[in-house]
Design a protein around this ligand. Structure first.
Ligand code: GDL
Length: 450
């Protein structure tokens, strides 16, 4: 595989509503235009990808896939079709292997050449946090992959097969060099098969070449990174509009490729994709600079209408503020972080910070007002609930600061007319979270009783 091209692109690999054919066509056109070469089809909730992987696609869906594969061909993007058979205990038995051939045959008839087999998220994690996969789990997976590889080679010798292992990140594998599962994979899996890895964690803040040293030696090949930096399927209240970050340029040389698993909301993919393409293209990648360039490209989509029928683009600073508020899993963007720090200082009584915090509250209210007038309603509804929540918090903070500025009596308490118990910060999940709060270090309170 060392001479195979570096794979760079997108894995549609998230839980939740899969993208539509039209969205995929738009994506593929953009991948090609940005010089990215791969689209891996792996939507967890396409029934025929995972839960009912043996079933053939019905005519209409098959035609949509045929069109998509053709669009990939025109855009210079390799289409990779993934099967995730691991929930089916009989996947490697003869009937499973026959179903595999039939399914691969259908996809090949639609134009697919490259395949992936995914065995992630199939064994419940024991409380220790480590998945208990052993070589006994690896053996049938390898058999399944080899069956497909042999079949693939008969059709076309120049194809690629990707493989997602059951422990697919450092945290799951524990000490990688001691993992019987990974060692078995390294020894027995056809060396031309790419093995996927999400980095030290499922959602990795950083991934460095050094993080992959042990893995590369155990697998006897460089891994292919499945990058969940922008995936937001694990928390409905997050959306990631920040830049690709935390991966040095040298990571490219330590891997056979990087595929991004983006936000579920298709309309939110632009900052991730544009900045990732810049990272793939050059060594002098700077996340801040790339993000500014990505926002500049995206800005044209943010057209606001007014009551007179006139239209104007969302002010650039408000788009930047939005992207900074809905940034990355581990960091707020600079404008959001500065405002958060101002709010913290304002609550401690710092006069200069109070003025800046209030200004920030007003800007968030203005951002929300502009967003409601967006011409592109898909874009609006992609950010609506999150922008709403932000303007609610900003309104509460502004109300609290006003109340204090009016000279509240010592010992008195602030009540907001718009933020009432149960309708604000309410719901069963919020109640449960308050029963078992999480500390910043990841531990939960209350601790075990003595
Ligand atoms: C995962 C899943 C992926 C999901 C992501 C983020 C892999 C290999 N599998 O564990 O489908 O979108 O986390 O929640 O990443």
């Amino acid at each position: 595989m060392s001479r195979a091209p570096f794979l760079a692109g997108v894995v549609e690999g998230f839980y939740g509503r899969p993208w539509t054919p039209a969205q995929r066509h738009e994506l593929v056109g953009r991948l090609g235009a940005l010089g990215l070469n791969t689209y891996l089809y792996a939507p967890k909730d396409d029934l025929r990808h995972r839960a009912r992987w043996r079933e053939a696609y019905p005519a209409a869906e098959a035609e949509a896939l045929r069109d998509l594969i053709a669009a990939c061909g025109r855009a210079g993007v390799e289409f990779v079709y993934a099967l995730a058979p691991g929930l089916d205990p009989a996947f490697a038995r003869p009937d499973g292997l026959a179903a595999l051939e039939a399914k691969a045959g259908q996809l090949a008839a639609l134009g697919a050449r490259h395949f992936a087999v995914l065995f992630d998220d199939i064994i419940p994690a024991p409380a220790s946090g480590q998945l208990g996969a052993t070589e006994h789990d690896a053996a049938p997976q390898i058999e399944f992959a080899h069956h497909l590889r042999r079949w693939q080679r008969q059709q076309d010798p120049d194809t690629r097969l990707l493989f997602c292992p059951t422990p697919y990140c450092g945290r799951m594998a524990g000490e990688v060099t001691a993992s019987c599962y990974l060692r078995h994979l390294g020894t027995h899996l056809d060396p031309t098969v790419d093995v996927m890895w999400t980095g030290p964690e499922i959602i990795s803040e950083t991934i460095s070449p050094e993080d992959l040293d042990g893995l590369t030696s155990v697998l006897r090949r460089r891994p292919l990174i499945w990058d969940n930096l922008f995936a937001n399927d694990y928390d409905l209240r997050r959306l990631y509009l920040g830049p690709y970050a935390g991966r040095p340029a040298a990571l490219r040389g330590a891997t056979t490729g990087v595929l991004l698993n983006p936000n579920c909301e298709f309309a939110a993919h632009r900052p991730a994709l544009e900045t990732f393409a810049a990272w793939v293209a050059g060594d002098d990648y700077d996340p801040g600079r790339a993000h500014a360039a990505a926002r500049e490209v995206w800005h044209a989509d943010w057209c606001c209408l007014d009551a007179t029928g006139a239209s104007s683009l969302l002010p650039r600073d408000l788009l930047a503020l939005l992207c900074d508020c809905l940034h990355l899993p581990f960091a707020h963007g600079p404008r959001a972080e500065a405002w958060r720090a101002d709010v913290a200082a304002a609550l401690q009584g710092d006069a200069a910070a109070i003025a800046r915090a209030r200004e920030g509250c007003a800007r968030l209210a203005s951002l929300f007002e502009h967003l409601t007038r967006l011409e592109d309603r898909e874009l609006l509804h992609t950010v609506y609930r999150l922008a709403w929540e932000l303007k609610e918090e900003a309104g509460l903070i502004a109300g609290y600061l006003d109340w204090r500025a009016r000279g509240a009596a010592p010992g008195s308490a602030f009540h907001s007319a718009e933020h009432r118990p149960r309708t604000y910060r309410g719901g069963l999940v919020a109640d449960l979270q308050s029963l078992l709060p999480m500390r910043p270090d990841g531990s939960f309170t209350p601790a075990r009783p003595q």
